[in-house]
Structure formats: structure tokens, C-alpha cells
Design a binder for this molecule. Structure first.
Ligand code: PMP
Length: 285
């Protein structure tokens, strides 16, 4: 089946799917997006992703030109047209084409784009053995400047940190906030386990409130694993029994080293494994 890309309610072949070079999404990273997963032909937590998309848009004063119900139906339609049982969805709303100046009010209609594609996860070996992290010198955006809760098209903050990670030989990097506390990774949220207690930074630490993060917190409750959302520093990770990351693309993956210090016994821990398995069941329910 050839790939069909959705732009404003119409479908285009990949080579034909185009938007203006004057679009402020390109010129200024002015827009918002979501990254979602398809499991067994169904979109995982589409409604929650749409709520976050709308909140991101509201936060930057961008009016999405389609009603939520319609966009939900359109995303599902795009998934079935592309015929992927397992895959990834990139849903984007740009500010639209404008002039060569910042003024977003000079932009025409926002562009709504939906791309359905295959997903490349981390290699299996990283799920088996866990990944290594390094702390990036680039801190997460100050929440009073641009809230990390906005999933905007400007990912430079995270990309700078990602480059630091990759240069250090790590596929993910830890980002601290302006207070030096643990925030999240460049494209994933972070959890630790200490004495059987699950802990993750609160939204106020300046993070994206991950859909996977919230699903894991719900699973923990169902499984009787105590959890809390509280500020933490790198000390808490260095001295944790287990550490893992969550994200739509990564799902649940163990982190076994930070800054070359081994976390726990250096292997994916039992609670990480339990939550990973529970998550894999949840996405297929
Ligand atoms: N933090 C950041 C900065 C992200 O980009 C992502 C991935 N979108 C996440 C966390 C994880 O969020 P989710 O579980 O909704 O994919």
C-alpha cells in the first residue's frame, strides 16, 4: 500500500505532500504536534493526545481549524488508508503561511498534517540490557519562558541535548531544569525505583506530561506499586535501584547507567520489567 499523507482533509502521495516555504512552522518552528502509536490497527490513547495537542495550541494562541471529533475521525481514517497495523503517527498543526516576519496574525490558515509511517524502535539489545544516559549541559527550557508542557515544533532545546548525548555515545540524555533538578530526557520521561517505590518528576519540574508516563502511573496503581511525583536530583538517580524511561516511541525502557555510574545492579530491574510487560498488554487491550 502506498503511503498517503493527510493535509487539511486531503490525501497526497509522499512526493506530492507539500506546504509553503512561508509557513511559520518552517520559518519559526511555530506550531504544535503529537507523536502517537498504532497497535493492532488502533491508535493508542488518541483522545489524550488530542487533548494535549489542543492544550499546546491554546498555550501558543493557535486555533486548530478542525473540531476535535473531526480530527479524531480523520486520524483514524488516515491510519486505515495507510493500512498499517503497527506504526507511528505524526500529527502536526503549523501556524500557516505568512510573511517573512514573526507576526503570526499575518498567517493564513493553520496547516493540519498527518503522517502515518513505520516505527524504528531502539535495537532489541537496548530493551534487553538497558540504555546508558549522560547528563546534558543544556538545561530544559525555563517554564516561565516557554513551557515544556507545550509540544511545539521548536525542539531545538531537546536537539541540543540529544547531540550531547550522541557525542557521548548515548542514545538519550538527561536534561535538568533551571533549578538543577531532574526534568526529563530529550524525548522521554524518566522514572526511578527505590525500595520498591516508584518516583518521577512532577509536571512543575518543567517536563512534557507524557501520555506513556501517565499510563505507567496508572499501571503502577493497578499493580499495587506505590508511586509519587516529586522533585529529584541526579543523586536520586545515582542511588536508585532501578531507572527507566517512557515515551510513545520508546515505550518503557530501562536506563542502567547515568554519567558512567551504574544504576542499581546495572541491569533492567524487576519493577521496570513488570511495568514494561504491563504496558505491552495495555496497548493491545
Ligand atoms: N518528553 C519529551 C520532551 C518528549 O518529546 C516526549 C515524546 N513525545 C516525551 C517526554 C514522552 O511523551 P509521550 O509519552 O506522550 O510520548
Amino acid at each position: 500500500m502506498t503511503q498517503q499523507i493527510y493535509i487539511n482533509g486531503e490525501y497526497y502521495a509522499k512526493d506530492e505532500a507539500k506546504i509553503s516555504v512561508y509557513d511559520h512552522g518552517l520559518l519559526y518552528g511555530d506550531g504544535v504536534f503529537e507523536g502517537m502509536r498504532i497497535y493492532g490497527g488502533k491508535v493508542f490513547r488518541l483522545e489524550q493526545h488530542l487533548i494535549r495537542l489542543w492544550e499546546s495550541a491554546l498555550s501558543i494562541g493557535l486555533k486548530i481549524p478542525i473540531a476535535p471529533d473531526q480530527l479524531s475521525a480523520d486520524v483514524n481514517d488516515c491510519v486505515s488508508r495507510n493500512g498499517l497495523e503497527e506504526g507511528y503517527i505524526r500529527l502536526i498543526v503549523t501556524r500557516g503561511a505568512g510573511a517573512l516576519g514573526l507576526d503570526p496574525y499575518k498567517c493564513s490558515e493553520p496547516q493540519v498534517i498527518c503522517i502515518v509511517d513505520k516505527i524504528t524502535l531502539y535495537p532489541d539489545s537496548l530493551y534487553q540490557n538497558g540504555l546508558e544516559l549522560v547528563t546534558a549541559a543544556t538545561i530544559r527550557n525555563h517554564p516561565a519562558a516557554l513551557s515544556p508542557r507545550v509540544k511545539s515544533l521548536n525542539y531545538l532545546n531537546n536537539i541540543m541535548a540529544k547531540m550531547e548525548g550522541l557525542k557521548a555515545g548515548c542514545v538519550e540524555a538527561l536534561m535538568l531544569n533551571h533549578k538543577g533538578e531532574v526534568a526529563e530526557c530529550t524525548g522521554d520521561n524518566l522514572f526511578i525505583v527505590k525500595n520498591g517505590h516508584l518516583r518521577t518528576p512532577p509536571v512543575e519540574a518543567g517536563i512534557l506530561e507524557g501520555i506513556t508516563r501517565n499510563a505507567v502511573l496508572e499501571l503502577a496503581e493497578k499493580l499495587g506499586i506505590q508511586s509519587s511525583e516529586s522533585a529529584m536530583t541526579r543523586h536520586d538517580i545515582y542511588t536508585a535501584d532501578e531507572c527507566f524511561l517512557t515515551g510513545s516511541a520508546a515505550e518503557v525502557i530501562a536506563a542502567v547507567k547515568l554519567d558512567d555510574r551504574q544504576i542499581g545492579d546495572g541491569k533492567p530491574g524487576p519493577i521496570t520489567k513488570q511495568l514494561n510487560e504491563a504496558f505491552r498488554v495495555l496497548v493491545r487491550e
